[in-house]
Write a protein of this length. Structure first.
Lengths: 417, 370
């Protein structure tokens, strides 16, 4: 059982092995064990991902396809199927999110997790790590390599040491010495130019880099020098933010839900909309952002999708504002003979400050609304979503659709047996 | 059973007017219909959302039998509109079907029973006053546009009417700007009264009154409802309940500089600036110096626009950014040749008003200068 210094965080970097190629194998098991090169079938593209079998022939990502063909003439060349990889990536995130609320999907084929608070839930660090690997393997049919360290930077380096399907753990007390023997090129962000410059200074290993005075590094590399110094000592303060589906990038946040039962009852729809608006607003406040554009999404019973957006005069991070506009847009939805099966609200056009902004005549009232919202957030952070809510959200309103009853029967699983 | 006939033209106008009372959002389908009734003296048409709008028209008709029916508003409007120039006969049967016939055409419109149709309660113990249409038009057209669309703050979706014996103040604000219009008139009301009236009802009143008419608008005000009477049309609404914000407090009294410009010129300039400004929250920056007001708009994505117009400046040189649309809203509601802006610091509210009149004050909050 690993004893982790309780004053140190436990950060994982989970790297999906040869991700695009692994997804292709999963979708077509006949490809298993074969050299697969994803990146296009024409000779003009470059390799996105090569399976480990193809790597044996010297094929690697970013290599021109024509060159890969020369090195691996019997390789299987496949076009890039972006939507399929995005789908697998999203499912992998869902799995990872089970292990910690702090999860940062850094790109389509990797993610960071802060599991400091969750190892006890899974019976220790080793058990948790094994569980991540087995869950992803069983549910998605792909393997991952995990780096485990006290910070993001070292975790990222460590995930590369043992691939594929690997696991590398760097204990807090092993830093920084554990890194010293490695070449400087393994530090994320150290490419050819930096490596060349360092080599001219007689620095090729991280250990040598760690002995170069900070002032000298800063003179040669400016701000990047500060980073190199810290990296060489295995230091990194980056935090893993809370993850919630619907905000995979910094440009938009959205929440949606499929209704328990199709309806066009405005009571029900508005109540769900208010709950979703609250979540979106809370997320905005947690990120310290404000939104100018609000989007309503309604999927009708016939799967027709209705979306509408509105841009506000001043950006907001308050559910009242988001809800008010979403509700107005909801009133304009033409249901016809249809009902809603899914409802969602999103915000975009995000700014980091409300300052870009139109000032208000009654600023005091707005400040009070802001304070109230923040106080509610604190309660939710500490005691969970159920701890405080709006009166309107306490009771599920009854569904008033004319033919709601027959609907219930249609949806009753017992009826289908 | 309803049975009457009347000329198409008058019926068409009334149906069109009244159909604005249908919200289309009502949970009771019958409220999406127009209520038609033949009375001893003619025909009565009503549509209402039972909340913030109720429209009623009364027109003369040749009545053969008394009764009532309700029919879908849009359909009726379309049918009546298509029968130009003819005498129209309306006849309901006991299945709530309305027969619309002329010498040549015949329609049968399926309606719903009038018995289920609800209306606002009759306006009770009420104060009453009369104002010429041109005055009502002036105070409403200068204020109603500033009401808020934010339904989570219902109070701001209406305009405050403050009626005293010597005049009426109408105030509307969406928290970014505030419009205040006063009318000096003998209201014959001894006690003052205040009411917050929904933008929906006020916009309907604006639609049916004429800007240049001396004919009166009757205004009847109870504790919970209002009714405007314009000729044979009545516009009713429930009042919005609650406390209107303390608007007097936000009207600045410390403006130390002023800019007087030609209204038409300023309007045209702002419209041009808006081509660029609309890409950046409609932000325009105003800077005054040596007899000129310079107006600029910048957008990172689009580019830059700039224009100078002659201005009469008093006090320190102003520099301030506003939402151009908010300025244009007020400029468009005024007809005066010159307007004056009274300003102070870049982040303090400014006032826009006619240069030679004191009956209108438009307070506008600035935007940050980027």
């Amino acid at each position: 059982m690993i004893e982790w210094d309780p004053n140190q965080r436990i950060i994982l970097h989970v790297d999906f092995d040869a991700f695009f190629a692994s997804v292709e194998v999963r979708r077509n098991p006949d490809l298993r064990g074969k050299p697969i090169i994803v990146g296009g079938t024409s000779n003009r593209g470059v390799v996105s991902t090569a399976s480990y079998e193809a790597r044996k022939f010297g094929v690697h990502s970013a290599m021109p396809i024509w060159q890969a063909r020369r090195r691996c003439p019997h390789g299987i060349f496949l076009p890039v199927d972006g939507p399929a990889y995005a789908e697998y990536s999203a499912r992998a995130r869902e799995i990872l999110a089970r292990f910690s609320p702090r999860m940062d999907p850094a790109s389509i084929d990797e993610a960071y997790l802060d599991v400091t608070g969750s190892i006890r839930l899974f019976g220790g660090l080793e058990a948790l790590l094994a569980r991540i690997k087995s869950d992803i393997r069983e549910e998605l049919g792909i393997t991952v390599s995990i780096g485990c360290a006290p910070n993001r930077l070292v975790a990222k380096m460590a995930s590369d040491w043992d691939k594929p399907d690997g696991l590398s753990i760097v204990l807090p007390e092993e830093l920084p010495e554990r890194l010293f023997g490695l070449p400087v090129g393994v530090i994320p962000g150290v490419g050819g130019v930096t490596r060349e410059k360092l080599a001219q200074m007689g620095v090729t290993t991280i250990g040598q880099l760690a002995r170069v005075p900070l002032t000298l590094l800063e003179r040669h590399f400016g701000k990047h020098g500060t980073y190199l110094h810290r990296a060489a000592h295995g230091r990194d303060d980056g935090v893993v933010p809370y993850y919630e589906p619907g905000d995979d990038d910094r440009k938009q946040i959205s929440r949606e839900e499929t209704l328990a039962q199709d309806t066009r009852d405005s009571e029900v729809l508005e109540q769900r909309l208010l709950a979703l608006s609250e979540e979106v607003a809370r997320r905005l406040r947690r990120r310290g952002q404000f939104a100018r554009t609000i989007t309503l999404k309604v999927k009708l019973s016939n799967f027709k999708l209705f979306t509408r957006s509105e841009t506000l005069p001043a950006p907001t991070d308050l559910e009242d504002d988001i809800f008010a506009h979403a509700r107005e847009m909801l009133a304009k939805v033409r249901f016809g003979a249809q009902r809603a099966r899914l409802i969602g609200v999103g915000v975009s056009n995000l700014t980091d400050e409300a300052a870009a902004n139109q000032l208000s005549l009654f600023a005091e009232a707005d400040d009070r609304r802001e304070e109230l919202a923040k106080a509610r957030d604190e309660v939710v952070e500490r005691f969970g979503k159920g701890a405080i809510t709006r009166a309107r959200l306490v009771h599920e309103p009854e569904v008033h659709d004319e033919d709601a009853e027959s609907d219930v029967l249609d949806d009753d699983p017992l009826q289908r047996l | 059973m309803l049975n009457l006939s009347c000329p198409q033209e008058q019926l068409h106008v009334s149906v069109q007017t009244v159909s604005h009372g249908v919200s289309g959002r009502s949970t009771q389908p019958v409220q999406n219909n127009i209520y038609l009734e033949s009375t001893s003296s003619g025909m009565r048409l009503v549509a209402t959302d039972l909340e913030f709008i109720s429209l009623e028209a009364n027109i003369p008709a040749t009545v053969r039998d008394q009764g009532a029916v309700t029919v879908p508003a849009r359909l009726l409007t379309e049918v009546i509109g298509s029968l130009a120039g003819e005498e129209i006969s309306l006849e309901a049967d006991d299945h709530s079907t309305l027969r619309v016939t002329t010498a040549r055409s015949s329609f049968r419109i399926r309606g719903m029973s009038a018995a289920d149709f609800e209306m606002l309660p009759p306006i009770g113990d009420a104060a009453r006053l009369e104002i010429p249409q041109r005055d009502m038009h002036s105070i409403l057209s200068r204020t109603v546009f500033a009401t808020s669309r934010d339904e989570t703050r219902p109070i701001l979706t209406g305009a405050l009417f403050k009626i005293a014996s010597g005049g009426i103040d109408v105030v509307a604000t969406d928290t970014y700007r505030l419009a205040l219009s006063n009318l000096t008139v003998d209201t014959t009301l001894e006690d003052g009264r205040s009411a917050i009236i929904s933008e929906r009802a006020l916009n309907e009143v604006l639609r049916i009154i004429a800007a240049d008419s001396d004919e009166p608008v009757g205004m009847v005000l109870s504790d919970s409802q209002v009714e405007f009477q314009v000729g044979a049309v009545k516009v009713g609404s429930r009042l919005i309940e609650g406390q209107f914000p303390n608007y007097e407090k936000v009207i600045p009294d410390d403006c130390d500089r002023s800019v007087t410009v030609d209204r038409a010129e300023f309007t045209n300039t702002l419209r041009r600036m808006l081509i660029v400004a609309r890409e950046d929250s409609n932000r325009v920056v105003l800077r005054g110096s040596e007899g000129t007001l310079s107006i600029t708009a910048d957008s990172q994505d689009v580019g830059h626009a700039e224009e100078q117009i002659p201005a009469k400046l008093e006090g320190p040189e102003p520099e301030i950014a506003f939402n151009a649309r908010y300025l244009l809203d007020a400029l468009g509601a005024l007809s005066h040749d010159e307007i004056v802006m009274q300003l102070s610091q870049p982040l303090s509210p400014g006032i826009l008003k006619p240069a030679d009149a004191d009956d209108y004050t438009y307070v506008i909050m600035p935007m940050q200068i980027m």
